[in-house]
Design a protein around this ligand. Structure first.
Ligand SMILES: Nc1ncnc2c1ncn2[C@@H]1O[C@H](COP(=O)(O)OP(=O)(O)OP(=O)(O)O)[C@@H](O)[C@H]1O
Length: 564
């Protein structure tokens, strides 16, 4: 980065950091830290990149889907023990006395009976959540259930319906530019693998303070069209670990996460039409999560590799169950997200910044009643988990600068139109200016006068201080005053044995002493303006008729009367 770029960079950073919070406040947005792939250097001023709006708390949308009895189950003469009695309740019809104490009816947001097509499951149990991503809210759709219960069947259908619907939506919303990106991974035996890459090296998970857990070097394909998407799905299907078990010939041995990221921004010509808010760049991901199914080794008859896979699957599902259970109780205390890669990666989709729908799949067969109840228990807990989804408005540097420039131009226009719409606008402002100038002149004059008065007062204080210092230096029996040769004092000697005539004016000498007053009683403080004293002549003991400085006989000194 050369100097000019560095300067532009720092100016831009300053502008953004100063103006964006203000803009956000004006628009009622909340600023949070960014969520972008970015270099460290750029991160500094990307702190404001992600603006979240209307953080909304809502519960996970939980549905249950009952599949028909499979051929395998039918061949074993299995009976259906479960039935959906309405849109939201599934009941246990069995009459096993051991289970008499357990609940027989379970209620969820939606339940889908064995005759329900996947399209309906998508429309009623996932579509709304999926479409949050179009408006900038992260979302996740999970399929959870025991092995062979229909998770892959359900989730692959939902993924296709969802992406197809999103393409339709984009087609109908030409006012915005959309970019779709697709990535895919599987967690197989606790190792994360990129399903869009032939390299099967496990991928590392990184903890990003802003984005949470990030899968390092995960391929992200820019989707060109619907067919491109189908091609990528086929690649994922071919790459995913699938195995033959006694329960399912095509059993998924890994958890699969397909991620569609939708970025949208207003087309240039739409900016003014839509307003600043709707012209923001939005970004959100929707995760399609097809979990591996819980399984019992006794039922799947697995051994070796299958057994090992089953152990990993069960362990990670156990952690998922624990996380959901803890979150359903308010998420207080430690939530063990880090105990499995699955819960680490899906942290945000489980009680974080996302809208989530879980579809729990069940086999109606009696032989699976235990597993089905566990699934319903998991679904019941999931119902209680509260999410906090937020709109992620992402502004790239370019978009952000553009938006700020537009905002600035708009404000300047408003100001200009305000001035022109006010007929006295310019005249008023010059009058106000003139008034202010006059006021400043008057104030300057006042300041000048006050300064002069201050100088004068200071010089007087100086004089007084000087005099006080000199007075303090006067010896007992001395009086000092400027410009006077003599002083006169009225001496009250009525109570004195000294030789004064009553109220007689006595002459004091220039040195302040009176010829008639013993020296020690002539100790008179005489500021310069004083020229007259009332002196109470003391009684003096003969023995005291000396210059004893400790004699406390009173000598009064008063200001001279004004007439004098
Ligand atoms: N709703 C349904 N209607 C008809 N057939 C279904 C339905 N759900 C599942 N199936 C069938 O049941 C079988 C098992 O389904 P699927 O592979 O989707 O189960 P799964 O839960 O993903 O199993 P695993 O966990 O072992 O991968 C498949 O042959 C599938 O076609």
């Amino acid at each position: 980065m050369n100097d000019r770029h560095a300067y532009a960079h720092s100016t831009l950073k300053k502008t953004l950091s100063e103006r964006l919070p203000l803009l956000c406040r004006l628009r009622g947005w909340r600023c949070t830290r960014g969520s972008f792939e970015e270099s460290r250097a750029m991160k500094a001023y990307r702190d404001f990149d992600t603006v979240s709006v209307n953080g909304q708390k809502e519960k996970i949308l939980v549905s249950v889907r009952l599949r028909p009895l499979s051929d395998n189950e039918k061949s074993r003469n299995e009976v259906s023990d479960w039935e959906c009695i309405n849109n939201s309740t599934v009941i246990y019809k069995g009459n096993n006395p051991d289970r008499a104490m357990l609940p027989s009816a379970y209620t969820f947001d939606r339940v889908f009976g064995c005759g329900c097509p996947t399209e309906q499951v998508y429309t009623e149990g996932a579509k709304e959540v999926v479409f949050s991503a179009v408006s900038g809210i992260n979302s996740s759709i999970f399929a959870y259930g025991q092995t062979s219960s229909g998770k892959t069947y359900t989730m692959s259908g939902i993924t296709e319906y969802a992406v197809s619907d999103i393409y339709d939506y984009i087609e109908k919303h030409q006012e915005r530019d959309y970019i779709l990106k697709f990535s895919a991974m599987e967690i197989y035996n606790e190792a994360v693998r990129d399903l869009l890459s032939l390299d099967s090296t496990p991928l590392r998970l990184l903890d990003d303070p802003e984005r949470g857990t990030v899968v390092e070097r995960l391929t992200e394909e820019m989707l060109q069209d619907w067919n491109h998407f189908l091609d990528l799905l086929a690649v994922c299907e071919a790459q995913r670990h699938i195995g033959d078990t006694s329960m399912n010939q095509m059993s998924s041995r890994s958890h699969q996460i397909l991620r569609l990221t939708i970025e949208s921004s207003a087309r240039e010509y739409q900016y003014h039409h839509l307003g600043a808010r709707n012209s923001s760049t939005l970004t959100a991901s929707v995760n399609f999560v097809d979990l591996a199914g819980s399984e019992r080794a006794s039922q799947t008859l697995s051994a070796g590799t299958r057994l090992k896979e089953g152990c990993h699957i069960n362990r990670s599902l156990l952690t998922l169950g624990t996380v959901i259970r803890k979150l359903s109780k308010g998420g207080k205390g430690h939530v063990p997200y880090r105990n499995s890669k699955l819960t680490r990666i899906l942290h945000n989709s489980l009680g974080g910044n996302a809208r989530t729908a879980i579809i729990c799949t069940m086999s109606p067969a009696r032989m699976h009643v235990e597993q089905s109840r566990n699934t319903l228990l998991f679904a019941s807990c999931a119902k209680e988990v509260t999410m906090n989804a937020q709109v992620n408005v992402v502004m790239s540097d370019k978009v952000l600068v553009k938006q700020l420039q537009r905002e600035l131009a708009r404000m300047e226009n408003e100001l200009r139109s305000f001035r022109t719409s006010s007929p006295t606008g310019s005249c008023d402002s010059s009058t106000v200016l003139r008034e202010k100038e006059l006021r400043i002149e008057v104030m300057e004059k006042e300041i000048k006068e006050l300064t002069q008065q201050l100088d004068h007062a200071q010089s007087r204080i100086q004089d007084l201080l000087l005099l006080t210092t000199e007075t303090q230096r006067l010896e007992p029996g001395t009086v000092k005053a400027e410009n006077q040769d003599k002083y006169y004092g009225r001496v009250d000697s009525s109570n004195s044995n000294l030789d004064f005539a009553d109220n007689a004016e006595e002459e004091f000498l220039l040195d302040g002493t009176s010829p008639k007053l013993p020296r020690m009683y002539s100790k008179i403080v005489a500021p310069d303006l004083l020229s007259w004293w009332d002196i109470t002549a003391p009684k003096i003991q003969e023995s005291s008729r000396n210059d004893d400085p400790n004699d406390d006989t009173e000598v009064m000194c008063k200001d001279a009367p004004a007439s004098q």
